[in-house]
Design a protein around this ligand. Structure first.
Ligand SMILES: Cc1cc2nc3c(=O)[nH]c(=O)nc-3n(C[C@H](O)[C@H](O)[C@H](O)COP(=O)(O)O)c2cc1C
Length: 408
């Protein structure tokens, strides 16, 4: 497993021509399993779009310090706390000056000032700007304050000059971060490295006839976010999903199903060697007793009565099959609209699972079809109420909670 697997990297991009290389840099870091949160200065956004970087990083890019909605999701101080390492690449001459002075007048400089971990700077500028005494003073100050300066390289420049000032290549930046991760002597590699994680996601579809079905409002976002976080943490991930319109996260094995029965069959097979199974899917509790072979005809004035029979309870079935064995750790999601915690507590004991993640789906700002969630985790060692956050950030936290139940 790569040393960068599951490492949380803050990447600050400033306004230089080398910003175009950052998409490749992010791709390489993600290939190593790192999580990358991109912060861009407004000038950087003139060279490369936040949309491109969002697509390659898989996370919303942050550009604005004074954006109330972004700040409510993950504030600048929270961002600084989230990162384990901060890399500014390319670092413009102006950014070096601001950072050396301790400015906090944009998101990047504010995070840089608030960040209390290892800082790397990859300067990129015209050779005369790099040789300017002011730049030299700023770089010396930043190094004296503890930052590591990577490069710049020498060679031909976009402006036609020759000399020092080129940003070092993405592969070299990745190598520098790998060296940091190795030097960090991480004695506790990700607990998910090499583990098999099975996740069910999305709604199920229970056919009534060849064209109609019963379903629910689940978007699949939470399950997909969890799958992405588990891959980033170094796990092998099988994602069993009902019909959703979400792209498959990189590195995930996806199995598409429709009805609850099919989801159970796929989950049973995948769980044979699983270390963790998280049932995030909103599985239909009932299906029709008999699916009509032909389209049901409308009969004016005559009510239609459907006879519904219970579907299998997937996570409870897996728990019964597991018996007294320790693997896989089993997690049920409890989407409730009332008495959320009381229902979740009884669900945990009735189903025989290790954890229940309870969320209140009556709230419009979280849960179904929302990018955010706010849950309470009920586990073997008590209950933890987590604050509202993005489903992706929540997924990383949930994996930390579930890791406590893994056997060696
Ligand atoms: C076409 C173009 C290319 C530029 N390239 C660089 C560069 O490579 N390095 C640099 O330090 N500044 C460069 N600049 C100037 C910066 O964009 C400018 O100093 C800006 O204020 C930097 O803002 P930031 O540090 O907040 O991102 C360039 C400007 C233009 C118009």
């Amino acid at each position: 497993m790569s040393r960068l697997a599951a490492r949380r990297i803050l990447l600050g991009i400033t306004g230089g021509i080398a910003a175009y290389k950052c998409c490749e840099l992010v791709r390489q870091l993600r290939r190593e399993g790192a999580e990358v949160q991109v912060l861009m200065t407004p000038a950087a956004a003139a060279f490369v779009t936040p949309l491109s970087l969002q697509a390659v990083s898989g996370r919303p890019v942050r550009t604005d310090l004074l954006d109330p909605s972004a700040e409510a999701a993950m504030g600048h101080i929270e961002l600084a706390r989230w990162g384990e390492v901060l890399l500014v690449a390319p670092a413009s001459a102006d950014a070096l000056a601001r950072l050396a002075q301790g400015h906090a007048n944009d998101l990047l400089s504010t995070c840089y000032l608030a960040f209390d971990g290892p800082k790397f700077l990859a300067p990129a500028m015209n050779q005369a700007m790099w040789r300017a005494p002011a730049t030299g003073r700023n770089v010396a100050q930043l190094e004296a304050d503890g930052a590591t300066v990577l490069g710049p390289a020498s060679g031909s420049q976009a402006c036609g000059d020759e000399g020092p000032g080129r940003m070092i290549e993405p592969a070299d930046l990745v190598q520098a971060l790998e060296a940091w991760a190795t030097a960090r002597g991480d004695s506790s590699p990700s607990p998910w490295a090499g583990r098999h994680v099975v996740i069910t996601a999305g709604p199920t579809r229970e056919a009534l006839d060849p064209v109609r079905y019963l379903t629910n409002k689940s978007s699949g976002q939470q399950g997909f976010a969890l799958a992405e976080a588990a891959v980033a943490a170094g796990a092998r991930v099988t994602l069993i999903t009902g019909p959703v319109s979400l792209p498959t996260p990189a590195g995930v094995t996806r199995i598409d199903v429709e009805a609850a029965q099919d989801m159970l069959t796929a989950a049973e097979a995948a769980c044979a060697d699983a270390d963790l199974c998280v049932a995030v899917a909103a599985v239909a509790d009932y299906r029709v007793a008999e699916v009509a072979t032909q389209k049901l005809k409308r009969q004016d004035g005559v009510p239609l009565t459907l006879t519904l029979v219970p579907n299998p309870d997937i996570i409870a079935t897996l728990a019964a099959q597991r018996g007294s064995r320790a693997r896989p750790v089993l997690v049920a999601f409890a989407a409730e609209t009332e008495n959320v915690l009381a229902h979740a507590r009884s669900k945990r004991s009735k189903k025989g699972v290790d954890f229940v993640v309870a969320n209140d789906v009556s709230r419009a700002d979280i849960g179904f079809n929302s990018e955010e969630n706010c849950v309470t985790v009920l586990g073997p060692s008590g209950e933890t109420a987590l604050p509202k956050m993005s489903k992706r950030a929540l997924s990383t936290q949930l994996l930390q909670e579930f890791a406590s139940a893994l056997t060696p």
